[in-house]
Design a protein around this ligand. Structure first.
Ligand code: NI
Length: 191
């Protein structure tokens, strides 16, 4: 092959790999925008924000205490997964249950509910505006269904469990009914 062609070929390869490398870098850059600041009230009645959990992983689930099935299942899985972690790993995570039904889920109700699933579990409630804000930030979803007038409504809601990093950034999320052992394995690998 003539020398000039070899040089031209090398130049093309260098330019192409630079372009590919650059596009990979830029495509990595927009991090998934899930999560963000929140202000809510915990199950002890204390006003808290996301900053209170900075430095720890957060395992966040949205639901409500009257939920007949989905929430107890999801929160039991979180509790079981945490039960499978060693003490050092467990210390790095805060499990958080955020209600999407703040009108019924009072501080007192949250306080009687969350310890059923894990003694580290934090229950967060607040005003409807605060709840809507955090639900939106996490790209979660909820909607009341049924008879709102007599209080016999249910709330449809998304049922992913979000893992957020010590810096507050999204790490991953778990689909509903992920086996506890799988969740525990992922947590142990990540921390
Ligand atoms: Ni539920």
């Amino acid at each position: 092959m003539p020398r000039i062609l070899v040089i031209a070929l090398v130049a093309v390869v260098v330019v192409v790999s630079a372009i590919v490398g650059r596009s990979q870098m830029t495509s990595d850059q927009p991090k998934i925008q899930i999560g963000g600041p929140f202000t809510l009230t915990d199950h002890t009645g204390k006003q808290v924000s996301d900053k209170d959990y900075a430095g720890k992983y957060m395992l966040v689930y949205f639901g409500y205490t009257f939920c007949p099935d989905v929430c107890p299942t999801s929160l039991s899985i979180v509790g079981d997964a945490l039960g499978q972690l060693d003490a050092d790993t467990l210390d790095k995570v805060v499990p958080i249950f955020i209600t999407v039904d703040p009108e019924r889920d009072t501080v007192e109700l949250m306080a009687s509910y969350v310890p059923h699933f894990h003694d580290k579990m934090v229950g967060l409630t607040g005003t409807m505006a605060q709840v809507k804000s955090v639900v939106k930030a996490y790209k979660a979803y909820f909607a009341k269904t049924g008879n709102e007038e007599n209080g016999n409504y249910t709330v449809d809601h998304s049922s992913r469990t979000y893992l957020m990093g010590p810096d507050g950034a999204y790490v991953t999320s778990f689909a509903h009914a992920t086996p506890a052992a799988d969740m525990a394995k992922k947590l142990a690998e990540t921390f």
